[in-house]
Design a protein around this ligand. Structure first.
Ligand SMILES: [Zn+2]
Length: 412
């Protein structure tokens, strides 16, 4: 890895940044301003993706392991931004996949859990926002904003304050006022504003209110997939999965609760990069099949998958207890669907009752997960009942956040 020289800077091994739909290289190659959506597709554009000089990185890393930087920056060779202070994100990531004996017995599969609840703000959003905020700063951003229905706003606030930036500007739906997410974001210095009934409405108000600052690049919109850094942070889950299981013993299935889909697409991107580095050989060992889970009340990805579409069409959400799954349209829908299909996976919608029941089952088994995480267990039960996941399969459930907010909802 290149020496950090004590300042935040771009990874010199970035080859290019491309549009996720057309593959065209973005003109922002010089990184003189923060990256947003592509300029080649119809407005507002589509997500950009970072591509690395993988041959160069392969040569440099050789047979050695990863780096020695703290937290997810041990994978710095494959992250877009380097030179962060050691105190910035040492507590992010490195969540181990743990086998659950009791759930293995109950479900007839070899069951592992990757619980992201131990991240500093209690969810996997910390991975994406830690990298996204740092990447924005390396490209000249002065402040960040985003609409949120929960954990992402809290994580963006945390990493803004860890770099001593002006408080993150967080827009939440009106009914979040006074709630846990509101109080958490403020605790980490965010300026919280309220607008609309859901994240889409809050985002619309935010973009109208700050159009000039957003256009100048001083303020950066950190919405899911609106910039390429969050995807890079989320992909570290994929590196960890390969390290935990080893290339020859990867899970047969990874079941992932899908809202915007950053983690699902990110884990798959990590696998592809490891193949290019010679650390995974898909001809020798099969890669996991990726499963997207959504609530029956808001299932645009499941609908698009079963209709054979290559993009996700927005639906009308009926609301779900799992806030993170309440995403009626996904701007990276094409990437989510491509990941599911390339991996030979599938897409499953589960009922609200099944999510709540799975949440309680996890609790009884001593597992502190959110409703979103519980949806993965509900999906596994359905896939087992349908016979799609065979007895004895190795299965990894991605538990994306701790149980606090979900439990708070249960008592109301
Ligand atoms: Zn494009």
């Amino acid at each position: 890895m290149v020496e950090s020289e004590g300042r935040i800077h771009l990874n010199p091994d970035i080859a290019r940044v491309v549009c996720s739909v057309t593959g065209s290289e973005t003109e922002a190659k010089q990184f003189s301003r923060p990256l947003g959506l592509c300029g080649c597709c119809p407005p507002p554009g589509k997500p950009l993706v970072v591509v690395y000089e993988l041959d160069t990185i392969r040569e440099r890393l050789g047979d050695t392991g990863w780096g020695t930087d703290p937290g997810i920056w041990r994978y710095g060779a494959l992250l877009p931004v380097l030179g962060l202070p050691p105190s910035y994100a040492p507590d992010v990531g490195l969540t181990q996949a743990v086998r659950s004996e009791s759930l293995t017995r109950e479900n007839g599969v070899d069951l592992y859990l990757k619980n992201e609840g131990s991240n500093p703000t209690g969810s996997f959003k910390d991975r994406g926002l830690a990298v996204g905020i740092a990447l924005g700063v390396a490209c000249g951003a002065k402040r960040f904003c985003l609409p949120t229905q929960g954990n992402a706003g809290v994580a963006a606030a945390l990493f803004s304050t860890r770099l001593s930036l002006p408080g993150c500007l967080v827009y939440m739906p009106e009914n979040y006022r006074g709630g846990l997410y509101h109080r958490e974001a403020e605790l980490f210095g965010a300026e919280v504003r309220f607008a609309g009934a859901n994240i889409a409405a809050a985002g619309k108000v935010m973009r109208e209110a700050h159009a000039d600052e957003l256009a100048s690049g001083q303020l950066v919109d950190m919405s899911t997939f609106f910039e390429p850094g969050r995807l890079e942070g989320k992909k570290t889950m994929g590196f960890e999965i390969v390290e935990d299981f080893g290339p020859g013993k990867l899970p047969d299935w990874i079941i992932y609760p899908t809202g915007g889909g950053t983690g699902l697409v990110g884990i798959w991107k990590a696998f592809q990069e490891l193949i290019a580095l010679g650390r995974l050989d898909p001809t020798e060992h099969s890669l996991p099949r990726m499963v997207a889970v959504q609530s029956e009340n808001c299932a645009p990805v499941i609908e698009a998958f079963h209709r054979g579409l290559d993009h996700v069409e927005p639906v009308e959400s009926e609301g779900t207890v799992a806030d993170g799954l309440d995403v009626p349209g996904a701007i990276m829908g094409h990437g989510i669907l491509a990941t599911i299909r390339e991996s030979g996976g599938t897409a499953v919608a589960v009922s609200e009752v099944a999510i709540i029941d799975a949440f309680r089952v996890l609790g009884r088994n001593g597992i502190a997960a959110s409703y979103e995480g519980a949806a993965t267990l509900a999906a596994l039960r359905k896939l087992r009942a349908d016979g799609l996941v065979a007895v004895g399969s190795r299965v990894l459930l991605l538990l994306t956040a701790n149980h606090f907010v979900s439990l708070g909802r249960e008592s109301t």
